[in-house]
Each structure stands twice: as C-alpha cells, then as structure tokens.
Design a protein around this ligand. Structure first.
Ligand SMILES: Cc1ncc(COP(=O)(O)O)c(C=O)c1O
Length: 487
C-alpha cells in the first residue's frame, strides 16, 4: 500500500484546476502585471524606502481625495447610514437590501452625474443603467451578453492590458486587434477596421462588435467626433455592436473635449441604419472619482434585452447597498459634483504638464494628450535595438536600474516598439520629481548627455508622412536651449 502511494504521480497544482481557470487568457504573465509584482516587492517610500520602485504603471487618481474627504466631513449622515439632517438610521433597510436593480436614489444620482460629465448633451435614463462591480465587471457582462464562445470583438491598439482578462477569460470571446500606428497619432481608421474584420473572417471568427476606450487608455486622448462617426457608420454597415468604455470621461482636461459615442448616435440623421440599440456605454467611478476600491461601475444601454440580461448577470458582481447609499448622497449633491469635476480636471492637467515638461527637458516625447491619468511616451531612441526585444530590455532597465514601473507598449498590444504608458496621478508632485530625476540620470548615462542629437537621428522616416506626425516630431527635436525657452 505504502509503495503504491509513492509510485503515484502527484498532480501539479495547475492540473487540479479546470481548463478555463488554468489557461493563460488571464494575461497574468504580461509585463503589465509583472511590473506590479516587482513594485510590490520593493515599493518606493520617500522616508522608509527612498530607493524603492516608483509605481508609474497604475492608472489611479489620487489627486482629489481631499475634496471627497471634505465632503464626507460635512455630510456624516451618509457614512453613518442615517437620513439627511440627523434623521433615522437606514442600517436595517440596507442590511437586507438585495434588489439587483440597485437603489433607485443611487441610479438617479449616477445618471445625472453621467449626464453632467457630458455637458447634458446626452441625458442618461436611470432605467437603462445596470450597476456592476466596476468597469471590469461591466465589460465582462456585456461580452457575456453579446458574444458566444469563439465570437470576436475588434479593439483598436494600443489597448488597456486588462481587456485580455476581462473580455476573454471567462466568456471565451476573442479579441482581434485593429492596428493603429504613430503615423496618424494612433487614430483608428476605416482601413484598419476593415483589415481587422477581414483577419477575423480568415480565422472564421464571427465579429460581434467593436470596443473602444474613449478617452483612450493608454493614449490619454479623446476620440475626435469624426472618428466616432466613422466607427458608428462601420458598426451600422456590419450590423454589429459598439461598446464604448468611457471610464475616463471626467478626466478630459483640455480641448478638443470629450464626445460620447451616445452623442454621436443621437446626432445621426434618420438616413442610416438605426444603431441606437447596438451602442452600449461602460462607465465606473474608479477614475473620475478615484474610487477603484468601492467597485462601482455601470452599463448603459437602450437595448431592453441587453439591460435585462446584464441585470441578471450583475448578480455576480453587485455594488454593496452601503456604498450605493453613500454615493447617492455624494453624487446627488450637484454643487459638489460641479466643483469637484472642475477642480479634479485642473489638477490632472497640472500633473500631466509636470510629466510632459519633465520628459521634454530630457529629450523624451509624448503623444499630445488631453485626458486620462497617463501619457503615451516614446522612448524608442533609448533602445539598443528597434524591436520588441529592445523594448523589453529597456523596460527591465527602467524597472530594475532606474526604479520606475512603467508599462511597455507591447503589453498594450502596440505594434510599434519603444512606446510606454507612464502614469502620473497616483503619486505626489514630489515623487514625480524624484521619478524625473532618476530618468534624467539614466538618459544622461545612456546617451552620454547628447540625448537631443540621438533623438534627431532616431525620428522614424514613416512618421513624417502626415501633418500631425510632423507637428509631433518637431516637438521632440528642439535643442536644449529651445526646450528651456519653451517652458
Ligand atoms: C479602459 C479601462 N476599462 C476598465 C478598467 C477597469 O476599471 P474598474 O476599476 O472600474 O473595474 C480600467 C482600469 O484601469 C480601464 O483603464
């Protein structure tokens, strides 16, 4: 008996799992997540660990906590689970509340807040909102509702690395990348959409829709209205869906402002096919309010079947009644939300400018951006070889030698090597300064101090083919004196 047990092979922990749980669709091995792991082993702290890794791979908004805290101080009833004005307790009601349609007061307040974010050009109806545990859950639920195993969604690159996990892992849906390039500032084109559609067909995948992130993660840009119109025309022509992840809607801090896909749908003349019930918006309070820990997200759709199916799905990731109660009061305070949104955008812009100016001083250029909590940074001139191997080599140096966790473009499925997403809103201005100093030393040691010349030599020929790219390349190449004068 004993010898039989010894002879039996012990299963690997992985083999004890279902195939779904064990497969790599989660994307855990992506450098995006590996960078986080490295940061967690050695996190920077200005006092206790000043040589640790600075986390610049996390799109968190920590810039306006004081405004939220101030509101909480003034409104203790919301946290204390009491009715406004020192009224009776709602504890028992909330403890028992389990309606997956959500607290009506919260949905009304959220719908109004979402309308306000879009300057009331779109008015959200609370009955078309499905509450979810963050945008992660909203995206997955929509994918579950719209795509069968093996169906595909087209997504413009570069895209948020979490989509591989959120959209594919449990649903079995596929992502087909729509390749966008620096030649036109990574804007999505009809030709790129057609190309992706053809590639999907070649793989015998049924295309069920297009998913965009507007404002874009990782580009930090808002989609121009013309691009949204082109996208809506595309889904109308193909008879497929459009999911617009608008989680960064409230971060658009400069012109041209944010335009929602719903605004474009509402503005379509009656001539084309009606797509209103095939355009769905994803939203969350993780970025605009900086509350990713609260897990509050939403699907907005005027398609009754989608709302009904997604509401049933939301049982797997509801927002707690306590959180809904608190946020109903906070978002219901119109004066507060108006001033919060304006001040939050001002702070995001300030931090964005600090990063862009700091990078420019050391000869590193970014895609011009007007939204988001990050910049899309071109470090291709610092790579030893212009390849993804070169990008990984540089990334490792930046993480381990410079002590900055940034996200390589390849983890966002970017087709061009040398781009990195660099986050700026999850740290203090002082920490961002430390990050810039570290990067400066690294660049000086890599380029022998003549970084501007190196970059001039490195401007890729193909990026000089369109006006936007020319403007952008010129921004990257002034002499050090010019750069100082620009400030
Ligand atoms: C484009 C995009 N969608 C969804 C998410 C997930 O957000 P949440 O924390 O609300 O689940 C993120 C988070 O970074 C994101 O950038």
């Amino acid at each position: 008996m004993v010898s039989q047990v010894v002879a039996e092979e012990k299963p690997q922990p992985q083999q004890l799992l279902s195939k779904k749980a064990g497969c790599n669709s989660h994307g855990q091995d992506s450098s995006y997540f590996l960078g986080w792991q490295e940061y967690e082993k050695n996190p920077f702290d200005p006092v206790s660990n000043p040589s640790g890794i600075i986390q610049m791979g996390l799109a968190e908004n920590q810039l306006s906590f004081d405004l939220l805290e101030e509101w909480l101080e003034k409104n203790p009833h919301a946290l204390g689970l009491r009715r406004e004005g020192g009224g009776s307790s709602v504890f028992r009601e909330l403890a028992l509340f389990q309606d997956y349609h959500g607290l009506p007061a919260f949905k009304i307040a959220l719908a109004r807040f979402m309308s306000e974010q879009r300057g009331y050009k779109v008015v959200f109806d609370p009955s078309n909102i499905v509450l979810t545990a963050g945008a992660t859950s909203a995206n997955e639920a929509l994918m579950f509702c719209l795509a069968d195993h093996g169906d595909a969604f087209l997504i413009p690159t570069p895209y948020y690395p979490g989509f591989d996990r959120d959209l594919k892992w449990r649903t079995g849906a596929e992502i087909v990348p729509v390749h966008c390039t620096s030649a036109n500032g990574f804007r999505v084109t009809r030709a790129a959409l057609d190309d992706a559609y053809r590639r999907a067909q070649k793989r015998r995948l049924r295309v069920k829709g297009v998913l965009i992130t507007n404002p874009s993660n990782p580009l930090g840009t808002t989609s121009p209205r013309a691009d949204l119109e082109m996208l809506v025309d595309f889904v109308a022509a193909k008879g497929i869906h459009l999911i617009s992840d608008e989680i960064y809607a409230g971060t658009a801090f400069a012109e041209p402002g944010f335009v929602s896909a719903l605004e474009v749908v509402a503005g379509r003349d009656g001539g084309g096919a009606d797509v209103s019930d095939r355009v769905h918006v994803v939203y969350s309070l993780s970025k605009d309010l900086g509350l990713p820990g609260f897990r509050v997200g939403a699907i907005y759709s005027t398609n009754a079947a989608v709302v009904s199916a997604a509401t049933k799905m939301s049982s797997f990731g509801l927002v707690s009644s306590q959180t809904q109660y608190l946020l109903a009061a906070l978002l219901g305070d119109k004066d507060f939300t108006r001033s919060y949104v304006a001040e939050n955008k001002r702070r995001i812009k300030e931090r964005h400018d600090q990063l862009v100016d700091g990078l420019r001083e050391i000869g590193i250029g970014c895609l011009p951006s007007n939204a988001g909590l990050f910049c899309w940074v071109d470090m291709s001139h610092l790579m030893r070889s212009r390849s993804f191997a070169g990008e990984m080599e540089l990334w490792k140096k930046v993480v381990f030698e410079v002590g900055l966790n940034i996200s390589p473009g390849s983890s966002c499925h970017c087709r061009e090597a040398g781009w990195f997403r660099v986050c700026f809103a999850n740290m203090s201005a002082k920490t961002l300064d430390v990050a810039m100093q570290r990067l400066r030393s690294f660049v000086d040691s890599t380029t022998g101090g003549d970084n501007a010349a190196l970059r001039r030599a490195a401007v890729p020929v193909r990026s000089i083919s369109c006006p936007l790219a020319i403007k952008w390349a010129l921004r990257l190449t002034p002499s050090i004196a010019d750069r100082k004068a620009e400030r």
